[in-house]
Design a protein around this ligand. Sequence first.
Ligand code: FAD
Ligand code: NA7
Length: 550
Amino acid sequence: MPDSTTRTDYDAIVIGAGFSGIYMLHKLRNELGLNVRAFDKAGGVGGTWYWNRYPGALSDTEGFVYRYSFDKDLLQDWQFNTRYLKQPEILAYLEHVVDRFDLGRDIQFNTGIESAEFDEAQSIWRIITDKGAAYTARYLITALGLLSATNIPNIPGRESFNGEIYHTGAWPEQHDFTGKRVGVIGTGSTGIQTITALAPTVSHLTVFQRSPQYSVPTGNGPIAGEVIEALKANYDTIWTNVRESAVGFGFRESTVAAMTVSEEERQRVFQEAWDIGGGFRFMFGTFADIATDPDANEAAAAFIRGKIAQMVIDPETARKLTPTDLYAKRPVCDSGYYQTFNRDNVELVDLKANPIAELTTNGIRTADGAEHDLDVLIFATGFDAVDGNYVRMDIRGRGGKAIRDHWKDGPSSHLGIATVGFPNMFMMLGPNGPFANLPPSIETQGDWICALVDRAEQSGITAVEPSQAAEQEWTTICKSIAEATLFAKAESWIFGANIPGKAHSVLFYLGGLANYRDHLQTVSENDYEGLEMRSEAVLARASAAAPQIR
Ligand code: FAD
Ligand code: NA7
């Protein structure tokens, strides 16, 4: 039986110090007054923006909404002068938030969490760090990142390569590749940014492309001072609109079906969006059904294909760069990607026609026997998305069940936040969370979790977890929405299709941020219907006994 005098080191432990972990530390410590400790294996805050320092790294959510909304003064104070934010600016912003809200003293860096186990008898979590230190807490907040666990393909001969190897998502240092022969594998959002930024600076760039991409211009550039002032003056309305929208990117989403307008009007709308720029804007701001109706999708795809043909001079290179499948992966945008292939020092290798055979001492040998000599090889091969960092840790819930086993057929959750058998573990951006601009999604989840924790604290509830039925229902909702979209027909990380051997499953709630918020509100208004709350152990508050680690 639980011991009523059980004390924990902390009330809550937060793993991760990116947008999500920072927010949760602030909410739980500064607003609820709990004793909270955050850990990150990184050497500093920032998460994504700590690790992804590759050349050209940029958020493609427009900067005015790629930020927290919770503090009005912060919104007014933080300066920006371009439409999108580069990695150093976002990192500086997050560092500022940590300083501003005095969070740094409760974050421990360079500390990976290797295991987290729920002690059923005590209703507490026990975590062990990679330094062998053990800590306990009543709540475990996993802010592990959904695009954080790097995917490095298992290419034969890797150990024999004499050059430098990098992954874009594990790039904590700056590097100068001037004059070097560089290879990039991968042409997703990250590869596109890296390729475009690197090409003018290296002696030769070889791009190893498995799937060509539909990309539209970012439209990045300076924003006039008066526009920034107007944005700042309008923030209340802006955030309301973001929260009431589907993708939360800060633009007006279309309600018009593409095929209900004339061909001429469609072209006008596509051209206008092309000129303004933005990947999400092109997919969701032009017409309402690009992601759901095959004809609408083909119209958008054909428009982009036509642009590629105009931009790329060599017809054979243009052919290789032109996708023929659905336009149904996460929409991406670029700052001159296709034109980069008009440069004399850039070469495109089509891996579908000619796969990589092996890495050699000097570079990459493709199946046709050609040797591509390289000084540097960059993997822009993406991430084991959403559950990747969960299954890389040893997380155990009730009965010692490992999350790896719990999710062996694909990860699931209730509301993207909690999962059966793992009480008091609240996930930020867990499986089947919203597919939308992430800072407002993070705040949505963080506020809801915080209210739930407060409710538990006020009522002496010691264990909260979803019922099997609630989790199953949420999984079914997510699956049926996903299947109504064309995204489900494309092979991408949104469904775990990019990782060999990973179960193909729905990883997101594709119903939009506004509807997602409605779901959360309905659950909380119905006294957290679908969540089982127990009062098995009466634990003393950690604050009374917490070790002083400063
Ligand atoms: P992360 O920022 O990924 O932080 C997770 C942290 O957890 C990491 O620091 C990691 O080190 C730590 N961690 C994980 N496991 C452990 C462990 N076992 N022990 C200790 N620490 C651990 N989203 C958008 O909405 N718009 C964009 O434009 C956009 N652009 C992106 C561009 C790139 C290149 C990438 C990679 C992602 C982009 N994203 C974008 C998604 C981005 O990840 C989120 O917007 C947001 O930064 C996620 O914050 P987070 O705190 O949830 O996760
Ligand atoms: P993505 O979008 O998953 O792109 C990864 C790219 O790497 C993509 O072109 C892949 O080709 C390619 N890839 C992956 N594995 C291999 C192997 N084994 N061989 C050759 N090519 C490979 O990741 P990103 O980092 O670009 O973007 C992820 C998200 O992070 C992005 O949407 C933003 O939100 C930020 P494929 O298409 O699978 O054929």
